[in-house]
Design a binder for this molecule. Sequence first.
Ligand code: ADE
Length: 230
Amino acid sequence: MIGIIGAMDEEVAKLKEKMDDVKVETIAAMDFYEGNLKGHPVVVVRSGIGKVNAGMCTQILALKYNVDAIINTGIAGSLDADIDIGDIVLSTDTLEHDMDAVAFGYPVGQVPRMDTLSFVADEKLRNIAREVCNEVNPDISVFEGRIVSGDQFVSDKEKKEWLSSTFSGKCTEMEGAAIGHAAYLNGIPFLIIRAISDKADDSATVDYPTFEAKAIDHSVRLLLGLCERL
Ligand code: ADE
């Protein structure tokens, strides 16, 4: 069974509509929709926004649903001039950009006393996602790279440049690294799939509401195609 997490209702609503044989259970104020999506057993859940919600949600998927893999679908701000609104980014790895124990000699982004700077996504899932994305979203580009997460909506140029130069991040959002972190601790393969809704700069608050729906459509189409293939 695959766990599918979206932070917001809008990001999972279309997936829920397409599910069969649905059973709903509420844990920690999150509704877990267990059933089939394109013939594949899944649990779809809206985690809520931010790293704590996302980490908790992942832990529930691990303990209660014993999922074999976790996919995070949603939207993000682009950190790379080549990655345009509507395009898709698949995570190679992910880290928490607001984790800072530099004072103790750790690189910014690394959780102290953990043995890794970033959490590495599942390569097989990523390869399948790339193929499916090219099939179902032929009009956009699909990129692969590091996704950086923090409890912050990034909407200024300086912060964006810092994220890009410090971490070589391709896009930024608010949950992926927490999902990767919790999946890593539980030994569960994961992939973050994000469609770009804005450029994470001074235009972000204007672009975000304008392009949110279009970006969500792209990630939902990819998710449905992915479930068909798995
Ligand atoms: N999700 C979508 N756009 C974002 C941004 N600019 N910063 C953080 N999360 C986002």
